[in-house]
Design a binder for this molecule. Structure first.
Ligand code: 5AD
Ligand code: SF4
Length: 471
């Protein structure tokens, strides 16, 4: 049995949900009239954003349009994140603020789903302390949204469905995409790596890869519909199709998507250094449509800490990989993630992280102070360094990265980049991204938006660039 068969939602379940879809549609129409509105908000990573596009697809099929104004909504759905405590606190705060709205509107429904509520203890806390929330459903139940909408609206049921298990792949869900020219394309779900600090494997289930034919078909359709950027998503795209029965790997998938005719670019994230091979870097280098941007989280520059994190590589292996990547793609832009203050990390060990940053020439970095996640291995490790001290280290790290980014971006002044124009900045300039994923802003008309333009860099501002249109 292939991965896809093992993880597929059964045909009976799909049929059942299609029936619920019709029933939910009728109920929504009778309660809210012809233009019901849903407010959908996503916390966390791109995988969640992509999942929400499917949730919106289902809501749209039930008749809902969408609003950004909470007070206008007939249904409020928060797709939540559990990666750090701060992310959870934000959700709790924002959900708490919905209480009066819910009490004032009899037919309003509040739904919470995703990673945060997949944790049994959190689901329990919401049931007890936020009893005005109508529906809670975990990461293994997203495809059952039609059922939940029907049961809560037609029957007035309070629902809490957090099925445990390895997770599903549900292929035939409708989708409402947030953009008409940039698309998220999930190629796999879940994670098997169990980095000791990380909650993801517990809340998003086992790693499972989508059928390559369906991914390629989706990419072809996106290009035909005018999409200019496709970002392939997975927690660790380098292990796509890793099970022996699959017979297909990420490099091959990249090459085949690169072969699709049309004017578009391909991005992917996230890469894991332990599975990132020279073959993949060679493939990136040789595929003209693949953006020369690699997001390669290193997390720590200290071998002892990396081992405790269960990352499966050393700092030497990481630096060697980067050197090879820069040797085959001199223009490559590398971004990364780093954690400061992992349990037991000493200041000297933290300095090894600073040293790795100095050697790596990252374009930008996402830096996080370690946040204990209940149930993970690291949460049980002794953690003697006080939070204030970690804050001091964190600011030191930001200063080092700022210095490096300033130098890197200033080197781009005078160069010309092909830029996908995305929208407008606060100052009214056109805002887009270079292949290296650096934001560049420049004067230009609305006709630029959603197209590629050549832009020459005139000024660098640490993290972003200013430029001038060439054409
Ligand atoms: N504490 C702090 N940062 C974390 N990350 C994942 N788990 C934690 C945690 N418990 C960071 C990692 C990962 C990014 C998505 O979030 O750097 O790459
Ligand atoms: Fe978390 Fe590690 Fe999986 Fe990334 S690879 S999602 S950090 S467990």
């Amino acid at each position: 049995m292939t991965d896809n068969q093992k993880f597929s939602v059964s045909a009976e379940e799909r049929e059942k949900q299609k029936e619920y879809m019709l029933l939910a549609g009728e109920t929504v129409l009778s309660l809210f009239g012809p233009s019901p509105k849903a407010f959908v908000h996503t916390y966390g990573c791109q995988a969640n954003v992509s999942d929400s596009e499917r949730l919106k697809g289902m809501l749209s099929e039930m008749g809902f349009g969408f609003t950004d104004v909470l007070e206008e909504a007939d249904l409020i759905l928060y797709n939540t994140c559990a990666i750090r405590e701060h992310a959870q606190d934000r959700v709790f705060g924002n959900v708490g603020a919905l209480k009066n709205l819910r009490l004032a509107k009899k037919n309003l429904r509040i739904m919470l789903c995703g990673c945060m509520v997949q944790q049994a203890s959190v689901a329990e806390k919401i049931r007890k302390s936020y009893s005005f929330v109508d529906v809670i459903f975990g990461t293994n139940a997203g495809h059952r949204l039609p059922e939940f909408v029907y049961r809560t609206l037609a029957k007035g049921e309070k629902i809490c469905e957090i099925p445990q298990g390895d997770g599903f792949i549900c292929e035939d869900l409708p989708v409402v995409r947030d953009s008409s020219f940039k698309a998220w394309l999930p190629i796999m779900y879940g994670c098997n790596n169990f980095c000791s600090y990380c909650i993801v494997p517990y809340v998003k289930g086992r790693e499972r890869s989508r059928d390559p034919r369906l991914i390629i078909e989706e990419a072809e359709n996106l290009v035909k519909s005018g999409y200019k950027e496709i970002t392939l998503l997975g927690q660790n795209v380098n292990s796509y199709g890793k099970s022996p029965s699959f017979g297909y790997d990420f490099s091959r998938l990249l090459r085949e998507i690169n072969d699709i005719e049309g004017d578009f670019i391909i991005r992917f994230m996230t890469s894991h250094p332990k599975d990132c091979t020279r073959e993949l870097l060679d493939t990136m280098a040789s595929c003209s449509k693949v953006a020369k941007h690699l997001h390669l989280p290193f997390q720590s520059g200290c071998n002892r800490v990396l081992k405790e994190m269960n990352r499966g590589y050393t700092r030497e292996k990481y630096l060697e990989l980067l050197n090879y990547a820069y040797s085959v793609m001199p223009e490559l832009s590398v971004t990364s993630d780093v954690i400061v203050g992992f349990p037991g990390e000493t200041y000297d060990e933290f300095c090894e992280t600073l040293d790795l940053i100095r050697q790596s020439r990252f374009t930008s970095m996402f830096s996080f102070i370690y946040s204990p996640r209940p149930g993970t291995k690291a949460a049980a490790m002794p953690d003697p360094v006080p939070e204030e001290e970690k804050g001091v280290w964190f600011r030191e790290l930001l200063a080092v990265q700022e210095e490096i980014a300033t130098k890197r971006t200033s080197e781009t002044v005078g160069k010309t980049y092909r830029v996908l124009c995305e929208g407008r900045s606060k100052q009214g300039l056109v805002s887009g991204r270079t292949g290296g994923n650096v934001i560049i802003e420049f004067p230009g008309g609305d006709d630029c938006i959603g197209t590629f333009r050549d832009v020459t860099v005139t000024e660098s501002l640490t993290w972003i660039l200013r430029g001038q249109l060439c054409n």
